[in-house]
Unconditional design. Structure first.
Length: 173
């Protein structure tokens, strides 16, 4: 499975700092960025990026160093290392999301425990009640993720071919 990452230059723009300052902050805090949080692209990967997204070459004012790529955890850690207003706001938002997630998980676990306890109390009762519990359990499970839309141009094979109608000239009789 491909790893989803963001480049240092994109994150610098997002956090409102220069790429150089972002990389300096990372280098000052390297112990906060293990290999699964951040890594440096190879020369070959950087050249592939240059061809794909049009980064200028090293000779014409482009980057002099290989870019860093940050995973989701690295992006979150980066928001705690940088001191720009945007980085502080992102860090606060991440903390709020984690607190809400923990509260939601605790509530879900408590509800599941109570449901199991209630199900054990009615052991041997009507099958309709059992089906009700099954329906509630299905509602508690996360919904299946919708299929991703296909990207690209699709040709309908079974469509009627394009036809050109020719004008008929009136006959001269």
């Amino acid at each position: 499975m491909p790893l989803r990452v963001m480049l240092d230059s994109d994150l610098a723009a997002l956090y409102g700092v220069t790429t150089g300052n972002l990389n300096k902050a990372v280098k000052r805090n390297l112990d906060r960025f293990p290999a699964d949080f951040m890594f440096q692209l190879t020369l070959e990967e950087t050249q592939n990026l240059r061809f794909q997204i049009g980064i200028s070459s090293y000779n014409y004012g482009g980057r002099r160093y290989l870019p860093f790529a940050f995973t989701e955890q690295g992006v979150a850690m980066l928001s705690s290392v940088l001191h720009s207003k945007a980085a502080i706001q992102v860090n606060v938002a991440i903390m709020r999301v984690f607190v809400r997630l923990r509260e939601t998980l605790a509530l879900h676990k408590e509800l599941a425990r109570k449901l199991t306890e209630l199900e054990q109390r009615i052991e041997g009762h009507d099958t309709a009640i059992r089906s009700l519990f099954e329906a509630i359990r299905q509602l508690m499970s996360p919904p299946p993720s919708p299929p991703k839309p296909e990207i690209g141009f699709h040709i309908k094979e079974d469509s009627v071919p394009y036809r050109i109608k020719r004008k008929t000239s009136p006959s001269l009789s």
